[in-house]
Design a protein around this ligand. Structure first.
Ligand SMILES: [Zn+2]
Ligand SMILES: [Zn+2]
Ligand SMILES: [Zn+2]
Length: 188
């Protein structure tokens, strides 16, 4: 439809397009992933649903092989940075640092002030790697069907509680998962 139509032509062609899109399952949906100008590995989707390059290409989606970033420009190797913030000179703000992923990164003055105030060491990882580490602390975006692990007496059950539910805690995780009733009895 990337051209001008008369009103009559327009009203004729729109229902055809809508019918075709409905038949293809596209109508009312977001643009198909294959039309995205970004690589899957550049999008937030890859943080929640990580896929390999091969998996992404097999789906006909885009992959960005040349991610932006500077490499090999570091002026201060990590082993020359003290873990004690008081021993880090003010010149650290001018230095270019290198992450274990190979990317260069810098510190901004406000950041260094904050580390000094809080008595925190200089971060060894670049902001991208730090972001991924924070994401990794969260439970994955999937649900597991599990049974309440409560065996307390004085609850609505005798022996192990039989209540089942969906949880983001995988069965092989060390945390105990309780149903809502048992959980509330335990914490109040
Ligand atoms: Zn990094
Ligand atoms: Zn229970
Ligand atoms: Zn219980």
């Amino acid at each position: 439809m990337n051209k001008q139509y008369s009103e009559a032509e327009y009203k004729k062609i729109v229902p055809k397009l809508v019918a075709k899109m409905k038949a293809d399952g596209e109508y009312g949906e977001f643009f198909p992933v294959e039309y995205s100008p970004y690589g899957y590995n550049e999008s937030t989707a890859s943080e929640y649903y990580p896929l390999s390059r091969e998996e992404v290409l097999a789906k006909g989606w885009r992959w960005q092989d040349d991610l932006p970033g500077t490499r090999g420009q570091e002026t201060l190797p990590p082993e020359n940075i003290s873990d004690t913030i008081q021993d880090v000179p003010a010149t650290i703000e001018q230095e270019i640092l290198a992450c274990q992923c190979g990317k260069n990164y810098k510190l901004i003055p406000q950041e260094v002030v904050f580390y000094r105030q809080q008595n925190l060491p200089i971060p060894r990882f670049c902001p991208f790697c730090r972001h991924l580490e924070r994401i990794a602390l969260r439970n994955p975006r999937r649900l597991y069907h599990r049974q309440c692990m409560c065996e307390q007496s004085g609850h609505q059950h005798t022996g192990k509680c039989a209540v089942e539910f969906e949880t983001t805690y995988a069965p092989d995780r060390p945390e105990r998962v309780y149903c809502e009733t048992c959980y509330q009895k335990e914490i109040y």
